[in-house]
Design a protein around this ligand. Structure first.
Ligand SMILES: *Cc1c(COP(=O)(O)O)cnc(C)c1O
Length: 375
C-alpha cells in the first residue's frame, strides 16, 4: 500500500455521476422511446424551465455557447464594417464569433478587481460603427451591467453568461439584463450537458422568434427561408439530461459558494493576506464560482509545485485575445491592455467543484502555504 494521498483534482465530474445516474437513465429511456432526437418536446420543456429559473420571457436552446453568441450577433445584424466591443480577457469564442461575421472585435481592458470589462474604457471605445457590446461574466461573477449600459447608451448588450448561469446582478439573474444572454452547457460548465449545448435568453419576443428561426437556417414554415441562419439546434438527449441537472443546479451553486467561503477562512488563518489575492466580493455583483481564481506572485512556479503535491490548478487565460496570432491583423500590440496582461501572468484557478470536500480545500491551502514558506 502506498502512503501517497490521493490527488485533489481541479475538476472531477465522476463524483456527480452517482447522484444523477438513475434520473439520467430514466430521462434517456424517455427519449429513446420516442425516437425523436432533434428539438421536440424535451427541448421545449428545457427552454420553459430555463426561462423560469433565469426569470426571462424566452429561452432558445442551441448547439453550444459559441453558437449562442454567433446566432445572437446574427440576429442583431452584425456584419462587415461593424464594430463589437468586448473584453480581451476571456475565452476565445467571445471574440471569435465577432470576427467570423466579418465585424471587428474592439478589445477593451478589464477592471483589476473582478477581471470583467472596465465600463469607463468601454465608453471611450464607442464609435458610430459600434453595433453591440459583449460583456463576459467571467469566472461566474456578474459584470457591472448598470455602468456598462450607461457607458454604451442605446447599444445592445449581448451578455456572455457561459460561465455564469444562475449568477445574480443586483438580484436579477444575468442573461435577462442585456438584449441577449448566451449560455454554454459544455460539460465542465456549472450546468453541463453530456456533450455540447447552449442557450440564448431574451425578454424581447420578436428577437426570440428570430433566434428560433436562425437556429433552423432561417426557415419558417418548412422550406421557406427568410434569411440565412444555420444549424444551431440542441438535441433531445442533451435537453433531457440538462433538465435532470437543472433541478440540482441551485444546490450545486450553493456548494460552490460555500466552498469559496471556506477558502476565504482558510486563507485568512494561513496568514497569506498580501501574498494571495482572493476573488473580490463586490456589492450587487453575484458570484457563482464557476472558477475560483486567485492572483499570486511566482504563479508558474506555484502551479508546478502544486502539481508535485497532487493539487490541480489551471490558468484562465494565459494569453489575452489582443495578443493572439489570429487577431494580429487588428493591429493591437503588447502593452495595449496592461490590466489584462498583468492578470494573465498572475491568475490561478483552484479546485472549486461542488463535490470537493473540506479536507481537500485544506490540502490546497496547506500546499500553497508550503510553497511560500519554503526557504
Ligand atoms: C465556454 C465559453 C464559451 C463557449 O461555449 P461552448 O459551449 O464551448 O461553445 C464562450 N464564452 C465563454 C466565456 C466561455 O467560458
Amino acid at each position: 500500500m502506498s502512503n501517497q494521498k490521493p490527488n485533489v483534482p481541479l475538476f472531477d465530474l465522476t463524483r456527480q455521476w452517482s447522484e444523477v445516474r438513475d434520473d439520467v437513465h430514466a430521462a434517456l429511456e424517455r427519449v429513446f422511446a420516442t425516437q425523436q432526437f432533434i428539438l421536440g418536446p424535451e427541448v421545449a420543456a428545457l427552454e420553459k424551465e430555463c426561462a423560469t429559473y433565469l426569470k426571462v420571457k424566452r429561452a432558445v436552446a442551441v448547439s453550444s455557447g459559441t453558437d449562442a453568441l454567433l446566432a445572437s450577433l446574427m440576429a442583431l445584424g452584425v456584419g462587415a464594417g461593424d464594430e463589437v466591443i468586448t473584453t480581451t480577457f476571456t475565452f476565445f469564442a467571445t471574440a471569435g464569433v465577432i470576427h467570423r461575421l466579418g465585424a471587428r472585435p474592439v478589445f477593451v481592458d478589464i477592471d483589476a478587481r473582478d477581471f470583467n470589462l472596465d465600463p469607463g474604457k468601454v465608453a471611450a471605445a464607442i464609435t458610430p460603427r459600434t453595433k453591440a457590446v459583449v460583456p463576459v461574466h467571467l469566472y461566474g461573477q456578474a459584470a457591472d451591467m448598470d455602468a456598462l449600459k450607461a457607458a454604451a447608451p442605446g447599444v445592445p448588450l449581448v451578455e456572455d453568461c457561459c460561465q455564469a448561469i444562475g449568477t445574480e446582478y443586483r438580484g436579477t439573474p444575468v442573461g435577462g439584463i442585456g438584449t441577449f444572454g448566451c449560455f454554454s452547457f459544455f460539460p465542465t460548465k456549472n450546468l453541463g450537458a453530456f456533450g455540447d449545448g447552449g442557450l440564448v435568453t431574451t425578454n424581447d419576443e420578436a428577437l426570440a422568434e428570430k433566434l428560433a428561426d436562425m437556429r433552423v437556417h432561417g426557415m419558417r414554415p418548412k422550406y421557406v427561408h427568410h434569411f440565412v441562419g444555420g444549424n444551431f439546434r440542441l438535441d433531445a438527449m442533451q435537453a433531457a439530461i440538462l433538465r435532470v441537472k437543472l433541478q440540482r443546479l441551485p444546490r450545486w451553486i450553493a456548494k460552490r459558494q460555500a466552498g469559496a467561503a471556506h477558502y476565504r477562512e482558510l486563507f485568512a488563518s494561513a496568514g497569506l493576506a498580501g501574498t494571495v489575492t482572493l476573488p473580490a466580493e463586490l456589492p450587487g455583483r453575484g458570484h457563482t464560482y464557476h472558477q475560483y481564481v486567485v492572483r499570486v506572485p511566482k504563479r508558474d512556479a506555484l502551479r508546478e509545485y502544486l502539481a508535485t503535491q497532487g493539487v490541480g490548478a489551471e490558468i484562465y487565460y494565459p494569453i489575452s485575445l489582443h495578443e493572439q496570432q489570429c487577431f494580429s491583423e487588428l493591429g493591437y500590440r503588447r502593452g495595449d491592455f496592461p490590466e489584462s496582461e498583468k492578470a494573465e501572468a498572475e491568475v490561478l484557478a483552484l479546485p472549486i467543484f461542488p463535490e470537493l470536500r473540506p479536507d481537500e480545500r485544506e490540502r490546497v491551502v496547506a500546499a500553497i502555504v508550503g510553497f511560500y514558506r519554503r526557504p
